[in-house]
Design a protein around this ligand. Structure first.
Ligand code: GLU
Length: 129
């Protein structure tokens, strides 16, 4: 079962969300990711297969800009295997929308096909994107 943590406030969001994901590890997961929105409304996403600790290391190495808005997810794969591409958050081409999701979208094939017919390109195998 996945975990979802979000933060909007005045403090640095990354550490708060990563600590929240760590607290939810007991639920089980195969990959984890975090999206951050900085004060210029620029979005960054970091995703890793495996432990939240791997994600935390990547976040430190990436030296991300200060952000007070973030959302994070631990994924339990149902559609598409455990991979960086399939890990959440997912985003649109302009990186203005960031999505995480727990569960299954039963009619995702119909929705995906309809969007593909409108020219949208998908980068994962998930029902979420
Ligand atoms: N069905 C989604 C996926 O496979 C969400 C799985 C979950 O609840 O973590 O990415």
């Amino acid at each position: 079962m996945c975990g979802i943590v979000g933060y909007i406030g005045k403090r640095q969001a990354a550490g708060i969300v990563l600590d929240g994901l760590t607290a939810l590890e007991y639920r089980g997961y195969d990959s984890a990711g975090i999206a951050l929105l900085d004060q210029n409304e620029h979005g960054d996403i970091i995703k890793e297969v495996g432990r939240v600790e791997n994600l935390r290391k990547r976040a430190v190495e990436a030296d991300l800009p200060d952000a007070t808005i973030a959302i994070g997810h631990t994924r339990w794969a149902t559609h598409g295997g455990p991979s960086v591409a399939n890990a959440h958050p997912h985003t649109n081409t302009d990186q203005t929308i960031f999505v995480v999701h727990n569960g299954i979208i039963e009619n995702y094939t119909d929705l995906k096909t309809s969007l593909q017919n409108h020219g949208y390109v998908f980068t994962s195998e998930t029902d979420t994107e």
